[in-house]
Design a protein around this ligand. Structure first.
Ligand SMILES: CC(C)(COP(=O)(O)OP(=O)(O)OC[C@H]1O[C@@H](n2cnc3c(N)ncnc32)[C@H](O)[C@@H]1OP(=O)(O)O)[C@@H](O)C(=O)NCCC(=O)NCCS
Length: 285
């Protein structure tokens, strides 16, 4: 029996329908959607699913990063984002069909591997079953409360270009997603703070979102081999500068830590060697 949907790449005129579905599923506001569609939307890299005239699913492949291995090999990559099916179509295999097609699409267009951050821990199994996606990116996560600050770390705003450069310096020698300027500009336009840190041990960087009283630091990168106290000091300085009450930060981890991102290639293709401590970075979540 034929599937009750048809999947095809998006066309520019699909944008209003895509926005409606996105708003329904993810509840983001118009300012966020405007920035996304202006900055990152590529119709040819977006899959739409149609049940007759009705849009019932979508998946966006972002051209936002390259995968850089620990040996500095640069691998084309596409990040799956805002993948969803309409609530009345769930549980019928449409999600699986969309992600399978997306892995082929990225590969066909530019030999790109697919990476993504599953929105919930349960979804790791969905992606493993649907596209053989395996965790290769890990994080450590820690929370600090605000305390009076008298340390030496200074915090400055960074523009997307200098943040990108600093980030690449700090991640040298570790497999990671090298975010491009478009992605970082999108983040800045949608309210994320890109920060440059001057610590006693050298420069660091942080990417922070405010959620009520908590600062969600999507990445906190410091020079290698620093003790925990250096992270606590950086967290304290960020809390003080951005006037937050509590800060939760994601930091590079290893396979013993929390799985964060998965990678997938079409069946039979080789998975690039990412080592055991690859860094995903901000997932725009
Ligand atoms: C995740 C989502 C796209 C799946 O779409 P779908 O059309 O229901 O997917 P399928 O019908 O192909 O589901 C296949 C399997 O995944 C499982 N599954 C679906 N959503 C899941 C979830 N949120 N958590 C865990 N398992 C899930 C289903 O139970 C099904 O399992 P089975 O094959 O063993 O029965 C859909 O639930 C959705 O739009 N969710 C809200 C947005 C979201 O979370 N997107 C993912 C961002 S990473």
């Amino acid at each position: 029996m034929d599937a009750p949907w048809k999947i095809r790449p998006a066309r520019p005129e699909d944008e209003p329908g895509l926005r409606t579905l996105w708003r329904r599923v993810f509840a983001d506001d118009d300012a966020f959607l405007d920035a996304f569609f202006r900055r990152l939307f590529r119709p040819a890299l977006t899959l739409t699913a149609w049940g007759g005239p009705k849009l019932c699913g979508a998946l966006y492949l972002l051209d936002c990063a390259e995968l850089v291995t620990a040996e500095e090999t640069r691998v084309p990559c596409r990040m799956t984002y805002a993948f969803c099916t309409a609530s009345d179509m769930r549980g019928r295999g449409l999600g699986r069909a969309l992600v399978r097609r997306s892995v082929e699409l990225g590969w066909e267009v530019c030999g790109a591997v697919n990476v993504l951050h599953p929105a919930t821990p349960e979804l790791f199994r969905f992606y493993a079953n649907a596209i053989g996606a395996r965790p290769v990116f890990y994080i450590r996560e820690q929370t600090w409360e605000r305390r009076p600050y008298s340390g030496g770390t200074r915090v400055y705003p960074a523009d997307p270009a200098s943040y990108r450069e600093l980030r690449e310096r700090l991640l040298r020698g570790r497999a990671h997603l090298a975010l491009n300027e478009d992605a970082l500009t999108f983040a800045a336009e949608t309210g994320s703070a890109l920060l440059q840190l001057e610590t006693a041990h050298g420069p660091g960087c942080a990417f922070a979102d405010r959620e009520a009283e908590t600062l969600q630091v999507r990445e906190l990168l410091l020079p290698a081999f620093l003790p925990e106290a250096a992270y606590a000091d950086a967290a304290s300085a960020i809390l003080h500068t951005l006037d937050g009450g509590r800060l939760t930060a994601r930091m590079p981890g290893a396979a013993a830590d929390v799985p964060f991102g998965v990678l997938s290639v079409p069946e039979g293709e080789l998975v690039p060697d990412c080592g055991s401590d690859a860094w995903f970075g901000p997932a725009f979540d």
